[in-house]
Design a binder for this molecule. Structure first.
Ligand code: CMC
Length: 452
């Protein structure tokens, strides 16, 4: 018996037990056929190894089946690592807690894109590169007029970012490294402008052009809140809080929207089209739309005294009600981003002099009850990053409909970094999943007249 497969040894080698860093091979036998294949087990630097199943179909004629891809690595990547059981999130090896404390969002963007934290000179150059691209083509401005005032800003984001492909032809050749770099700069630099204008359009105020003397988060808050009629000073504490919110949302491994960007990009589509696809995927309430859904849920609950009834509804499968901001596909312990977000939330409320925030009281009580309730404990449902971000954003005066947009602004850096990594990988192939077909077997078409 292999040492690792002895029960006693398993307890001492939790990594091996979970297939962490375990090279070697696995054998798959098709019962009753005598057919068997040996599959390589490939280790990563940390985290679970993978069984390379590429030979399963050609040699056994079987597809593998993994609804929701819970146990499937769709790619290898050097960008982000998550250990969902331990609540660890690393970007290029650096813990999210340290990045949130010591770095600016643009430093993290540089890190995600380039693999290492920038030196001072590299940072200055990157900063200038982003700053020089903050304006959007003046003709794109007119696109906004085509939308209803009450259009959801995510609809506007998807459309305007997608439309960038029609304006920046000089950076669409994905085989050219300079084009890829310029597109990355353009996307990171312009999404705050596009997002802020989507908001300004919805409230009927003039668009504010970017100010290149301001930092990234500061400029975004300026474009959202300033009006041409008077000077506007962005609070440094709020700019820092916004910067931190952007850091916490910058990248998150192969989540739904990132996988969407990669899948779209695997066909050779241009980066603007791919990021527009990512924005569409992020919009759903199970993903980026959750921060907006949390606030709606808190408003619906209304008062601490209504929490037990709401929790009862959540536990009732027939109600289809979920506790928004709770649970995560990967984190089965705690979401490290939620902890930082909770701390930031208190800082922001203190800075704004908000002592009594009923929504926060409600959120704290909800978290308290849910983290002790057997239903949530058994299913390892903990608050995720979106549970507190909505409360902070609301306190900062950001309207609810803009919450997911902010997530998209931040995640654009992660998406474009993942897209770049994929395009630069010589082994990259078009993403083309297969299926378990459960429809009708082949049958013949009868003429309409014969079908009764
Ligand atoms: N409230 C109540 N029950 C839940 C919740 C929830 N928020 N999340 C999962 N469950 C239950 C689910 O009903 C199931 O129970 P059972 O085993 O009895 O059928 C069990 O937990 C497992 O759920 P699942 O749907 O298989 O889990 P998943 O990994 O497919 O879903 C999730 C992950 C994030 C979509 C889900 O937890 C959810 O819908 N959460 C609320 C939405 C939310 O906050 N999303 C933001 C995620 S973090 C930001 C981001 O990365 O986008």
């Amino acid at each position: 018996m292999n040492e690792m497969s002895k029960p006693g040894a398993e307890a001492k080698l939790p990594d091996a037990q979970h297939g962490h860093n375990q090279p070697g091979s696995a054998t798959l036998t098709l019962d009753g056929t005598g057919k068997s294949i040996t599959l390589p087990v490939i280790p990563g630097t940390i985290g679970p190894s993978v069984v390379d199943i590429r030979k399963v179909y050609p040699e056994l004629g079987l597809f593998t089946y993994d609804l929701g891809y819970g146990g499937t690595a769709a790619t290898d990547s050097k960008i982000t690592y998550i250990d969902g059981d331990a609540g660890i999130l690393l970007h290029r090896g650096y813990p999210i807690e340290q990045l949130a404390e010591k770095c600016s969002f643009l430093e993290v963007a540089y890190l995600l894109l380039n693999g290492d934290l920038p030196t001072k000179a590299e940072m200055a150059e990157f900063d200038t590169g982003v700053t020089r691209h903050t304006m959007i083509h003046e003709q794109l401005r007119r696109f906004y007029d085509g939308f209803r005032r009450d259009a959801h800003p995510m609809a506007v984001m998807t459309a305007v970012v997608g439309a960038m492909s029609a304006f920046y032809h000089d950076s669409l050749d994905i085989t050219d490294e300079t084009h890829r770099t310029i597109s990355a700069f353009r996307l990171i630099a312009k999404v705050p402008t596009i997002a802020a204008w989507a908001y300004k359009y919805s409230i009927g105020q003039p668009f504010m052009y970017p100010r290149n003397d301001l930092g990234y988060a500061e400029n975004f808050l300026y474009m959202m809140n300033a009006v041409p009629a008077e000077p506007y000073q962005v609070s440094p504490v709020l700019a820092r809080a916004m910067d931190r919110i952007l850091i916490l949302h910058a990248d998150h491994e192969q989540n739904a929207s990132t996988s969407t960007v990669r899948l779209a990009g695997s066909t050779g589509a241009n980066p603007f089209a791919c990021i527009a696809a990512g924005i569409a995927s992020l919009w759903g309430p199970a993903h980026g739309g959750a921060n907006e859904a949390v606030l709606k849920m808190l408003a619906e609950i209304g008062h601490v005294k209504n929490i037990p009834d709401f929790i009862a509804k959540v536990k009732d499968k027939d109600s289809h009600v979920r506790l928004m901001g709770f649970g995560h596909r990967v984190y089965k312990n705690f979401d490290p981003r939620a902890k930082i977000m909770q701390q930031t939330c208190h800082e922001v409320l203190r800075e704004l002099g908000i002592k009594d925030e009923p929504l926060l009281d409600l959120a704290i009580e909800l978290e308290n009850i849910a983290t002790h309730d057997e239903y949530f404990v058994a299913r390892k449902l903990y608050p995720n990053v979106d549970f507190y971000s909505g409360i902070i954003l609301k306190a900062m005066g950001i309207p609810t409909s803009m919450f997911t947009v902010l997530f998209a602004v931040a995640r654009t850096t992660g998406w474009i970094s993942q897209w770049k990594e994929m395009v630069e990988d010589p082994t990259q192939r078009i993403g083309r999943p297969r299926q378990l077909y459960t429809g009708a077997p082949q049958r013949d078409v009868s003429a309409l007249a014969d079908r009764g």
